[in-house]
Write a protein that binds this ligand. Structure first.
Ligand code: ADP
Length: 375
Protein backbone atom coordinates (compact mmCIF):
# COMPACT_ATOMS: atom_id res chain seq x y z
CA UNK A 1 0.00 0.00 0.00
CA UNK A 2 1.28 3.50 -0.75
CA UNK A 3 0.38 6.89 0.70
CA UNK A 4 -0.01 10.25 -0.90
CA UNK A 5 -0.01 12.28 2.26
CA UNK A 6 2.95 13.90 3.99
CA UNK A 7 4.65 11.92 6.69
CA UNK A 8 2.81 12.80 9.88
CA UNK A 9 2.63 11.08 13.21
CA UNK A 10 4.99 8.27 12.28
CA UNK A 11 6.80 6.10 14.79
CA UNK A 12 9.48 4.60 12.56
CA UNK A 13 10.90 5.26 9.13
CA UNK A 14 12.60 2.17 7.74
CA UNK A 15 14.82 1.57 4.79
CA UNK A 16 14.71 -2.15 4.05
CA UNK A 17 17.27 -3.84 1.88
CA UNK A 18 17.85 -0.62 -0.02
CA UNK A 19 20.29 -0.96 -2.90
CA UNK A 20 21.23 1.82 -5.28
CA UNK A 21 23.52 1.12 -8.20
CA UNK A 22 24.67 3.87 -10.55
CA UNK A 23 25.43 2.54 -14.01
CA UNK A 24 27.39 -0.70 -14.12
CA UNK A 25 29.63 -0.27 -11.09
CA UNK A 26 29.44 -1.77 -7.61
CA UNK A 27 26.37 -0.61 -5.68
CA UNK A 28 26.80 2.77 -3.97
CA UNK A 29 24.41 1.42 -1.37
CA UNK A 30 24.06 -2.30 -0.81
CA UNK A 31 21.16 -3.93 0.97
CA UNK A 32 20.92 -1.23 3.63
CA UNK A 33 18.56 -1.75 6.55
CA UNK A 34 18.17 1.47 8.50
CA UNK A 35 15.48 2.43 10.99
CA UNK A 36 14.87 5.93 12.16
CA UNK A 37 12.65 6.17 15.23
CA UNK A 38 10.70 9.33 15.91
CA UNK A 39 12.80 11.76 17.93
CA UNK A 40 16.16 10.26 17.01
CA UNK A 41 19.09 12.26 15.68
CA UNK A 42 20.92 9.76 13.54
CA UNK A 43 24.28 10.62 12.00
CA UNK A 44 25.28 8.68 8.90
CA UNK A 45 29.02 8.58 9.10
CA UNK A 46 31.89 7.32 6.99
CA UNK A 47 34.57 8.44 4.57
CA UNK A 48 33.83 10.07 1.26
CA UNK A 49 32.23 7.68 -1.21
CA UNK A 50 30.83 5.19 1.34
CA UNK A 51 27.23 5.90 0.29
CA UNK A 52 25.98 8.39 2.87
CA UNK A 53 24.50 10.92 0.44
CA UNK A 54 23.01 8.15 -1.64
CA UNK A 55 21.25 6.76 1.44
CA UNK A 56 19.83 10.19 2.25
CA UNK A 57 18.83 10.81 -1.37
CA UNK A 58 17.05 7.45 -1.52
CA UNK A 59 15.15 8.21 1.68
CA UNK A 60 14.25 11.66 0.35
CA UNK A 61 13.11 10.31 -2.98
CA UNK A 62 15.82 12.19 -4.89
CA UNK A 63 17.29 8.91 -6.12
CA UNK A 64 15.29 5.90 -7.23
CA UNK A 65 15.98 2.59 -5.49
CA UNK A 66 17.54 -0.18 -7.53
CA UNK A 67 15.90 -2.55 -5.07
CA UNK A 68 14.48 -2.54 -1.57
CA UNK A 69 11.74 -0.46 0.00
CA UNK A 70 11.11 2.44 2.37
CA UNK A 71 8.39 2.39 4.97
CA UNK A 72 6.67 4.82 7.26
CA UNK A 73 5.39 2.44 9.90
CA UNK A 74 3.29 -0.01 7.89
CA UNK A 75 3.02 2.17 4.79
CA UNK A 76 5.36 1.93 1.85
CA UNK A 77 6.58 5.38 0.78
CA UNK A 78 9.37 4.82 -1.74
CA UNK A 79 6.92 5.40 -4.56
CA UNK A 80 5.72 8.69 -3.07
CA UNK A 81 7.02 11.93 -4.66
CA UNK A 82 9.76 13.78 -2.77
CA UNK A 83 7.64 16.79 -1.83
CA UNK A 84 4.88 14.54 -0.55
CA UNK A 85 7.18 12.77 1.90
CA UNK A 86 7.12 15.82 4.17
CA UNK A 87 10.85 15.97 4.85
CA UNK A 88 12.74 19.19 5.40
CA UNK A 89 16.08 19.14 3.62
CA UNK A 90 19.30 21.05 4.13
CA UNK A 91 22.32 20.64 1.89
CA UNK A 92 25.94 21.67 1.93
CA UNK A 93 25.56 24.32 -0.77
CA UNK A 94 22.48 25.98 0.85
CA UNK A 95 20.66 25.90 -2.51
CA UNK A 96 19.05 29.31 -1.92
CA UNK A 97 17.50 31.23 -4.80
CA UNK A 98 19.82 34.22 -5.34
CA UNK A 99 17.15 36.54 -6.77
CA UNK A 100 14.66 35.96 -3.94
CA UNK A 101 14.70 37.70 -0.57
CA UNK A 102 15.46 35.69 2.53
CA UNK A 103 11.75 35.83 3.39
CA UNK A 104 10.71 34.52 -0.04
CA UNK A 105 13.32 31.77 0.12
CA UNK A 106 11.93 30.59 3.42
CA UNK A 107 8.36 30.81 2.09
CA UNK A 108 9.26 28.82 -1.00
CA UNK A 109 8.43 25.34 0.29
CA UNK A 110 5.14 26.67 1.62
CA UNK A 111 4.24 28.24 -1.73
CA UNK A 112 4.93 24.89 -3.36
CA UNK A 113 2.51 23.35 -0.90
CA UNK A 114 -0.07 26.05 -1.69
CA UNK A 115 -0.18 27.38 1.85
CA UNK A 116 -2.22 30.64 1.87
CA UNK A 117 -0.22 33.87 1.87
CA UNK A 118 -0.90 35.10 5.41
CA UNK A 119 -0.10 31.74 6.91
CA UNK A 120 2.98 31.43 4.71
CA UNK A 121 4.32 34.74 5.91
CA UNK A 122 3.65 33.96 9.54
CA UNK A 123 5.37 30.57 9.34
CA UNK A 124 8.38 32.01 7.53
CA UNK A 125 8.68 34.71 10.19
CA UNK A 126 8.56 32.11 12.95
CA UNK A 127 11.21 30.01 11.19
CA UNK A 128 13.46 33.05 10.71
CA UNK A 129 13.09 33.90 14.39
CA UNK A 130 14.13 30.37 15.27
CA UNK A 131 17.42 30.84 13.48
CA UNK A 132 17.69 34.44 14.71
CA UNK A 133 17.51 36.07 11.28
CA UNK A 134 14.23 37.95 11.59
CA UNK A 135 16.02 41.26 10.98
CA UNK A 136 17.40 40.04 7.65
CA UNK A 137 14.16 38.95 6.00
CA UNK A 138 14.25 41.57 3.24
CA UNK A 139 17.86 40.95 2.21
CA UNK A 140 19.10 38.87 -0.68
CA UNK A 141 21.16 35.77 0.13
CA UNK A 142 24.28 37.43 -1.32
CA UNK A 143 24.04 40.11 1.39
CA UNK A 144 24.49 37.47 4.10
CA UNK A 145 27.52 35.60 5.38
CA UNK A 146 27.94 31.86 4.72
CA UNK A 147 26.72 30.98 8.17
CA UNK A 148 23.67 33.20 7.83
CA UNK A 149 22.87 31.68 4.43
CA UNK A 150 23.03 28.23 5.94
CA UNK A 151 20.67 29.41 8.68
CA UNK A 152 18.25 30.58 5.98
CA UNK A 153 18.45 27.11 4.45
CA UNK A 154 17.65 25.61 7.84
CA UNK A 155 14.77 28.05 8.35
CA UNK A 156 13.40 27.08 4.95
CA UNK A 157 13.54 23.40 5.90
CA UNK A 158 11.84 24.07 9.24
CA UNK A 159 9.13 26.38 7.80
CA UNK A 160 7.28 23.43 6.32
CA UNK A 161 7.09 22.10 9.89
CA UNK A 162 8.59 18.78 8.98
CA UNK A 163 8.78 15.95 11.45
CA UNK A 164 11.89 14.69 9.74
CA UNK A 165 14.81 16.82 8.67
CA UNK A 166 17.43 15.41 6.33
CA UNK A 167 20.78 17.19 6.37
CA UNK A 168 23.67 16.43 4.04
CA UNK A 169 26.98 17.88 5.28
CA UNK A 170 25.21 21.15 6.14
CA UNK A 171 28.24 22.68 7.86
CA UNK A 172 31.11 21.67 5.62
CA UNK A 173 31.22 24.96 3.72
CA UNK A 174 31.57 27.01 6.87
CA UNK A 175 34.77 28.00 8.62
CA UNK A 176 35.75 26.23 11.83
CA UNK A 177 34.32 28.76 14.30
CA UNK A 178 30.98 29.04 12.49
CA UNK A 179 30.76 25.30 12.17
CA UNK A 180 30.86 24.90 15.94
CA UNK A 181 28.35 27.70 16.46
CA UNK A 182 25.94 26.22 13.90
CA UNK A 183 26.39 22.78 15.41
CA UNK A 184 25.06 24.08 18.71
CA UNK A 185 22.26 25.84 16.83
CA UNK A 186 21.20 22.63 15.10
CA UNK A 187 21.24 20.75 18.38
CA UNK A 188 19.11 23.45 20.02
CA UNK A 189 16.57 23.35 17.19
CA UNK A 190 16.47 19.57 17.37
CA UNK A 191 15.79 19.65 21.09
CA UNK A 192 13.32 22.55 21.03
CA UNK A 193 11.31 21.35 18.06
CA UNK A 194 11.28 17.65 18.89
CA UNK A 195 12.59 16.88 15.41
CA UNK A 196 13.73 13.63 13.92
CA UNK A 197 16.98 14.12 12.04
CA UNK A 198 19.06 12.11 9.62
CA UNK A 199 22.39 13.87 9.27
CA UNK A 200 25.13 12.99 6.81
CA UNK A 201 28.69 13.84 7.78
CA UNK A 202 32.25 12.61 7.39
CA UNK A 203 33.26 14.46 10.55
CA UNK A 204 33.31 12.15 13.56
CA UNK A 205 33.41 15.01 16.04
CA UNK A 206 30.29 16.55 14.51
CA UNK A 207 28.53 13.19 14.56
CA UNK A 208 29.52 12.48 18.17
CA UNK A 209 28.40 15.87 19.42
CA UNK A 210 25.07 16.00 17.60
CA UNK A 211 23.65 12.54 17.21
CA UNK A 212 21.76 10.28 19.54
CA UNK A 213 22.82 7.37 17.35
CA UNK A 214 25.56 6.85 14.81
CA UNK A 215 25.40 4.67 11.73
CA UNK A 216 28.78 3.97 10.16
CA UNK A 217 28.77 2.96 6.52
CA UNK A 218 31.51 1.12 4.64
CA UNK A 219 31.33 0.68 0.90
CA UNK A 220 27.57 1.12 0.90
CA UNK A 221 26.95 -1.30 3.76
CA UNK A 222 26.14 -0.78 7.39
CA UNK A 223 29.30 -1.41 9.41
CA UNK A 224 28.16 -0.47 12.91
CA UNK A 225 25.35 1.37 14.62
CA UNK A 226 25.15 2.46 18.25
CA UNK A 227 25.19 5.38 20.64
CA UNK A 228 28.06 7.86 20.29
CA UNK A 229 29.61 6.45 23.49
CA UNK A 230 29.38 2.86 22.28
CA UNK A 231 30.97 3.60 18.96
CA UNK A 232 33.63 5.85 20.40
CA UNK A 233 34.75 3.46 23.13
CA UNK A 234 33.97 0.17 21.46
CA UNK A 235 34.33 0.30 17.70
CA UNK A 236 33.28 -3.00 16.15
CA UNK A 237 36.05 -3.04 13.57
CA UNK A 238 39.40 -1.45 12.83
CA UNK A 239 37.64 0.48 10.07
CA UNK A 240 35.31 2.14 12.59
CA UNK A 241 38.19 2.61 15.05
CA UNK A 242 40.22 4.41 12.39
CA UNK A 243 37.30 6.66 11.76
CA UNK A 244 36.74 7.36 15.46
CA UNK A 245 40.18 8.81 16.04
CA UNK A 246 42.12 5.66 17.02
CA UNK A 247 45.08 7.18 15.31
CA UNK A 248 47.59 4.53 16.34
CA UNK A 249 46.89 1.61 14.02
CA UNK A 250 49.26 -1.26 13.44
CA UNK A 251 49.29 -4.64 11.92
CA UNK A 252 50.63 -7.05 14.55
CA UNK A 253 50.99 -10.80 15.01
CA UNK A 254 49.28 -12.78 17.75
CA UNK A 255 51.73 -14.34 20.24
CA UNK A 256 49.29 -15.62 22.79
CA UNK A 257 45.51 -15.54 23.14
CA UNK A 258 43.09 -15.87 26.07
CA UNK A 259 41.67 -16.25 28.56
CA UNK A 260 38.64 -14.22 27.57
CA UNK A 261 39.53 -11.35 25.29
CA UNK A 262 43.14 -11.08 26.49
CA UNK A 263 45.64 -11.22 23.70
CA UNK A 264 49.38 -10.65 23.44
CA UNK A 265 50.68 -9.33 20.16
CA UNK A 266 54.04 -8.44 18.66
CA UNK A 267 54.60 -5.41 16.47
CA UNK A 268 57.74 -3.47 15.65
CA UNK A 269 59.78 -5.68 17.98
CA UNK A 270 57.60 -4.93 21.01
CA UNK A 271 55.12 -7.19 22.73
CA UNK A 272 51.96 -5.57 24.06
CA UNK A 273 48.82 -6.81 25.74
CA UNK A 274 45.46 -5.91 24.34
CA UNK A 275 41.85 -6.91 24.23
CA UNK A 276 40.47 -8.52 21.12
CA UNK A 277 37.14 -7.45 19.67
CA UNK A 278 36.95 -10.21 17.12
CA UNK A 279 34.25 -12.34 18.71
CA UNK A 280 35.72 -15.81 19.19
CA UNK A 281 39.43 -16.48 19.53
CA UNK A 282 42.20 -14.90 17.51
CA UNK A 283 44.57 -17.74 16.58
CA UNK A 284 48.24 -17.52 17.55
CA UNK A 285 50.41 -16.58 14.60
CA UNK A 286 47.71 -14.68 12.68
CA UNK A 287 47.77 -11.05 11.68
CA UNK A 288 45.63 -8.58 13.58
CA UNK A 289 45.12 -4.83 13.57
CA UNK A 290 45.83 -2.96 16.79
CA UNK A 291 44.05 0.33 17.45
CA UNK A 292 44.90 2.78 20.26
CA UNK A 293 43.58 6.28 20.78
CA UNK A 294 46.17 9.00 21.44
CA UNK A 295 44.28 9.83 24.66
CA UNK A 296 44.69 6.24 25.88
CA UNK A 297 48.49 6.29 25.83
CA UNK A 298 49.95 7.44 29.14
CA UNK A 299 53.38 8.64 30.08
CA UNK A 300 54.86 6.08 32.45
CA UNK A 301 54.20 2.35 32.48
CA UNK A 302 50.68 1.06 32.89
CA UNK A 303 50.10 -0.77 36.22
CA UNK A 304 49.93 -4.03 34.27
CA UNK A 305 53.41 -3.39 32.90
CA UNK A 306 52.14 -2.75 29.38
CA UNK A 307 54.66 -0.30 28.04
CA UNK A 308 57.07 0.64 25.29
CA UNK A 309 59.99 3.02 25.12
CA UNK A 310 59.77 5.84 22.62
CA UNK A 311 61.61 9.00 21.67
CA UNK A 312 59.49 12.18 21.62
CA UNK A 313 60.08 13.56 18.12
CA UNK A 314 57.51 16.32 17.77
CA UNK A 315 55.65 18.11 20.56
CA UNK A 316 52.74 20.40 19.67
CA UNK A 317 51.19 22.73 22.20
CA UNK A 318 47.39 22.53 22.05
CA UNK A 319 46.25 24.60 24.99
CA UNK A 320 45.18 22.22 27.74
CA UNK A 321 47.24 19.38 26.40
CA UNK A 322 50.22 18.46 24.29
CA UNK A 323 50.07 16.37 21.17
CA UNK A 324 53.21 14.26 20.90
CA UNK A 325 54.59 12.18 18.08
CA UNK A 326 57.02 9.58 19.37
CA UNK A 327 59.01 6.78 17.78
CA UNK A 328 59.50 3.46 19.55
CA UNK A 329 62.84 1.62 19.66
CA UNK A 330 61.43 -0.68 16.99
CA UNK A 331 60.60 2.28 14.70
CA UNK A 332 56.83 2.52 15.20
CA UNK A 333 55.33 6.01 15.24
CA UNK A 334 52.92 6.63 18.12
CA UNK A 335 50.68 9.63 18.66
CA UNK A 336 49.63 10.59 22.15
CA UNK A 337 47.91 13.39 23.98
CA UNK A 338 49.04 14.33 27.44
CA UNK A 339 48.70 17.09 30.01
CA UNK A 340 52.18 16.30 31.36
CA UNK A 341 55.23 18.27 30.26
CA UNK A 342 57.15 16.59 27.44
CA UNK A 343 60.22 17.96 25.72
CA UNK A 344 61.10 16.99 22.17
CA UNK A 345 64.15 14.71 22.18
CA UNK A 346 63.36 13.07 25.52
CA UNK A 347 62.93 9.33 25.92
CA UNK A 348 59.52 8.32 27.26
CA UNK A 349 57.99 5.19 28.68
CA UNK A 350 54.52 4.95 27.19
CA UNK A 351 51.86 2.82 28.82
CA UNK A 352 48.42 1.64 27.77
CA UNK A 353 45.80 -0.27 29.67
CA UNK A 354 45.25 -3.63 27.89
CA UNK A 355 41.52 -2.96 27.67
CA UNK A 356 42.23 0.21 25.65
CA UNK A 357 44.51 -1.59 23.22
CA UNK A 358 41.89 -2.86 20.80
CA UNK A 359 42.78 -5.85 18.67
CA UNK A 360 40.86 -6.79 15.52
CA UNK A 361 41.16 -9.89 13.44
CA UNK A 362 42.90 -9.44 10.09
CA UNK A 363 45.57 -7.08 8.89
CA UNK A 364 45.47 -3.83 7.04
CA UNK A 365 43.69 -4.76 3.81
CA UNK A 366 40.87 -6.50 5.61
CA UNK A 367 40.43 -3.55 7.93
CA UNK A 368 40.34 -1.15 4.98
CA UNK A 369 42.54 1.29 6.86
CA UNK A 370 46.03 2.58 6.28
CA UNK A 371 48.37 0.99 8.83
CA UNK A 372 52.06 0.45 9.14
CA UNK A 373 53.39 -3.06 8.47
CA UNK A 374 54.80 -5.05 11.36
CA UNK A 375 58.39 -6.22 11.24
P1 ADP B 1 29.28 9.77 0.29
O1 ADP B 1 28.08 10.63 0.51
O2 ADP B 1 29.53 8.83 1.43
O3 ADP B 1 30.50 10.54 -0.07
P2 ADP B 1 27.96 8.98 -2.15
O4 ADP B 1 26.66 8.41 -1.77
O5 ADP B 1 28.01 10.38 -2.65
O6 ADP B 1 28.98 8.80 -0.93
O7 ADP B 1 28.64 8.08 -3.25
C1 ADP B 1 28.74 6.66 -3.14
C2 ADP B 1 29.31 6.11 -4.44
O8 ADP B 1 28.38 6.33 -5.50
C3 ADP B 1 30.60 6.77 -4.87
O9 ADP B 1 31.43 5.80 -5.43
C4 ADP B 1 30.16 7.79 -5.89
O10 ADP B 1 31.16 8.01 -6.85
C5 ADP B 1 28.96 7.10 -6.53
N1 ADP B 1 27.94 8.08 -6.99
C6 ADP B 1 27.28 8.96 -6.21
N2 ADP B 1 26.40 9.69 -6.93
C7 ADP B 1 26.52 9.27 -8.21
C8 ADP B 1 25.88 9.63 -9.45
N3 ADP B 1 24.92 10.57 -9.50
N4 ADP B 1 26.26 8.96 -10.56
C9 ADP B 1 27.21 8.01 -10.52
N5 ADP B 1 27.84 7.62 -9.41
C10 ADP B 1 27.51 8.24 -8.25
Amino acid sequence: MTVNKPVVGFETLSMRGVTRTYGKGAPALADLDLELARGEFVALLGPSGCGKSTALACLAGLQPLTSGSIWRDGLRIDTVATEKRGFGMVFQNYALFPHMSVQKNVEFGLSMRRVPKAQRQARATTALKLVQLQDHAAKLPSQLSGGQQQRVAIARALAIEPEVVLMDEPLSNLDAALRIEMRTEIKRLYQERGLTVLYVTHDQEEALSLATRLVVLRKGRLEQTGSPEEIYTNPASAYVAAFMGYRNLFTARVEDSGPGTDVRVRAHGAVIRGSHRAGGAVPVGTDVTVAIRPEDLTIGADPTGNSVRALAEVVEYQGRELSVRARTDGGAVLHLKTDQPVVAGSVLTLGASPDRVLVYRGGAEEADVAVEPHD
